[in-house]
Design a protein around this ligand. Sequence first.
Ligand code: NAD
Ligand code: IPM
Ligand code: MN
Length: 347
Amino acid sequence: MRVALLPGDGIGPEVVEAAVRVLEVVAPDLEYETHLVGGAAIDATGAPLPDQTREACLSADAVLLGAVGGPKWSDPRAPVRPEQGLLALRAALGVYANLRPVRVIEALAARSPLRPERVLGVDFLVVRELTGGIYFGSPRGRDEDTGELRAFDTMVYSRSEIARVVELACRFAEGRRHHLTSVDKANVLESSRLWRETTEAVCAHHPSVHLEHQLVDSCAMRLLTHARDFDVIVTANLFGDILTDEAAALTGSLGVLPSASIGDGPRGLYEPIHGSAPDIAGKGVANPVGTIASAALMLRHSLGRPEAASAIELAIDRALGRGALGPDLGGELGTAAITDAILDALE
Ligand code: NAD
Ligand code: IPM
Ligand code: MN
């Protein structure tokens, strides 16, 4: 099976290298091809997602990506941005559901900025819609029609875009604790009212799933006060982006959360939820756990190797339990040492 590696920018190459070290042990037969994306691709080719990268990803069995972006490419007036490459890749791969599992392991509970008793036992899955909503809606742009410069984006969802991601979320809920929280802003947004209506209709076919609706603003608070309430959360692209960085704080670090982006087929895109972390790039201190855990999700969802996936996840829990922590979690280990500890903990 072939994996396209897209290290990208900032700490992306550091964390992808760490994940490959672990993959080489648990799945030594995988083949890799490395390609450019993001700022690195802009520098080399002018485009954030060169055709060659797109084709390689479309013909691979899975894609493992580090992160894109950084100050070098962040001039608001730049004609092209690294992040456009990531969005174009998600769209090209048709990965409309972004799975972001959030689990607080016992060893990390004391590292959370919240009191341990609030975060112990937290275990939920966010299913973030990934190829629609305000990230992709048109029209978007700028005009001066009113005599003043304005900028606009469009939050738009079709019924089928909502239905397919909610259907997937229902199936995940059926394999878990049968509880689904659909998060929207239906008190204000028309697209959220269609989201809510469609969610009700889809869930009617999943009678064992208990559905609740929650407005996104109060959900943001409940994540800090009652995170254990959640089992599966399904939500729109932008809301899911924001809520999952917030959820990362429950675990103590943005560096530990993985993600899997999937569509209707087996192929998927795997990436940590964090970004290129320009403030620590090149220092060898990036936490590789989010990317290594993303590689585990890749083994499970795209490559048909659930045992290898579980072996990695167990090794991560053990290594963290033994105190393999970097500065983000109050420890002193660097990227390579944390990866070594995970390799040591593999059975
Ligand atoms: P960020 O996630 O890069 O960093 C936020 C904070 O978390 C920083 O202090 C950083 O040092 C820390 N952090 C992140 N990952 C870490 C890790 N693995 N180990 C230790 N600490 C870690 O968010 P930002 O600073 O808002 O964004 C920087 C750039 O990354 C932007 O250009 C943004 O667009 C991009 N970005 C890319 C992705 C992606 O490629 N999927 C995701 C988010 C942000
Ligand atoms: C993420 C990132 C991306 C997003 C950016 C870099 C486009 O924040 O993967 O969470 O908003 O989806
Ligand atoms: Mn994000």
